[in-house]
Design a protein around this ligand. Sequence first.
Ligand code: UDP
Length: 374
Amino acid sequence: MSKIKVLSVFGTRPEAIKMCPLVKVLEKDDRIESIVCATAQHREMLDTVLDIFDVKPQYDLNVMSHGQTIVDVSNKVLTGVDKVIKECNPDIVLVHGDTSTTLNGALAAFYNQKPIGHVEAGLRTGDIYSPFPEEANRKLTGAIATLHFSATESNKANLEKENIHKNIYITGNTVIDALLSVVDKNHKFDDKNLNHIDFENNKIVLLTAHRRENWGEPMKDIFAAVRELVTKNEDVNVIFPMHKNPLIRELANESFKGVEDKIYLIEPLEYVDFANLMAKCYLIMTDSGGIQEEAPALGKPVIVLRTETERPEAVEAGTVKLAGIKKEDIFNIADELINDEEAYNKMAHAVNPYGDGKACPRIVEHIVEYFKNK
Ligand code: UDP
């Protein structure tokens, strides 16, 4: 039997974190020829992840440029991936999640009549404008995908509600595969300042905030709540690896004036440092999606700085609390977790709903099985 040619397309940091462990399993499997196309929708943040996992894309579209719109990115990804597909003629194209790379990579495959495997299929908030444009990206990708790799039962149920019934596989989330491969209790941080932090005697809160829906007023409220938290609680320090977006950086610098000794504004961390910082910190406050899946696997409570989440299983399991974007609500929830040990332990010991770290080999078996039965 000839090898199955699998083209994996991804371009942002979170996609790379979740696809690289899968690429490694594909590369090792002698039933498969693995080809990678990086769109580089993020550049620097993507490259550090590729280095960590030692993944060398055969194609790099390098689409990132300053100030470009969603439409600009979409155009470049669609035409770029179309060319790659015509050149390498894969048997299947894998995309991940819900970015502009996902949707346009999938569209390029669809127009070339190639089957699409959608990794992390079936996440939904039910609001087409939130998160924007991700909810639409994942819905539209789901509508044209052939194989759907869902992390959980409830992701599968979301697809079924949209009348998608064939070839849905529950695999767990590949992010857990990635995480378990890099977290090490003896880790020494590349960012030397982090090695001097006293994680034992202080309560270290890890903050991330970057979502488009939170730009402006919501972000001001989030930062005001964090400021109040460190002002009221002497033993709390915050580490904020800031996203590259200049709007967020400016606002953070302004909002945290005078409390710089309690709130460390640092550059985005490379993934291994970030994962190990999650493992060492006390609590995480974030508007990120992926972190809501990773933190429970490390037993860390997460306060979600959003009004909705496409990860309800984490809320149900009790590992994640949806705080919304109002200053008082965010402060109250964080303050309780800082000062009420029982409330903290309840969250820290809840069970991780996102898998056992074996999602990637499962996905590969389903792909092989699909081509056997074709
Ligand atoms: N992450 C990282 N360094 C950072 C912040 C986040 O490596 O400074 C990782 C994090 O572990 C997670 C992913 O980036 O796997 C989340 O990315 P992001 O919040 O940008 O996107 P989302 O998950 O919301 O799509």
